[in-house]
Design a protein around this ligand. Structure first.
Ligand code: FES
Length: 166
């Protein structure tokens, strides 16, 4: 048995420890927002977070995540809990085309904004260079990240104002 916390929910999986995390997420946990792309850690469609850091779930064995926290696109936010600012920016900027790569793109964008809240275009291009989009939505991905960065900065400013005034 391998214990994982996925999107805040502690679970145990009876699985070969060498199984890529992607298949545990999709087939055992039933979370199909994370996609299988190339299967060799090149395209980024399978990006999830392990303890907040982006990883390629198609090549990372589940034993490497034992006892740790995985976040998938479903765990960022949803219609019930409210969407993450990056998800909202993706809607506002109409980023996806076919959509297949986009959960990986969003997970990579969230990781970028966690480590660099105000990225330049060059920072965005570097951070997102491992996430391939066959539809060529790169200009809109950049726009979505800029929009999310602005929203998140405004929220931080508003909450620091609240703290200062409280
Ligand atoms: Fe189609 Fe990126 S939106 S592959």
């Amino acid at each position: 048995m391998i214990a994982l916390t996925i999107n805040g929910k502690a679970q145990e999986f009876d699985v070969d420890p060498a199984t890529p995390i992607l298949w545990v997420i999709r087939e055992q946990a039933g979370l199909t927002g994370t996609k299988y792309g190339c299967g060799i850690a090149v395209c980024g469609a399978c990006t999830v977070h392990l303890n907040g850091m982006p990883i390629r779930s198609c090549v990372t064995p589940v034993q490497a995540a034992a006892g740790q926290e995985i976040t998938t696109i479903e765990g960022l936010g949803n219609a019930v809990t409210g969407l993450h600012p990056v998800q909202l920016a993706w809607i506002a900027e109409q980023v996806p085309q076919c959509g297949y790569c986009q959960s990986g793109q969003i997970m990579a964008a969230v990781a970028l904004l966690s480590s660099n809240p105000s990225p330049s275009d060059a920072d965005i291009d570097t951070a997102m260079s491992g996430n391939v989009c066959r539809c060529g939505t790169y200009p809109r991905i950049r726009k979505g990240i800029r929009t999310a960065a602005a929203t998140m900065a405004a929220t931080r400013e508003a909450s620091s104002g609240d703290l200062n005034n409280g």
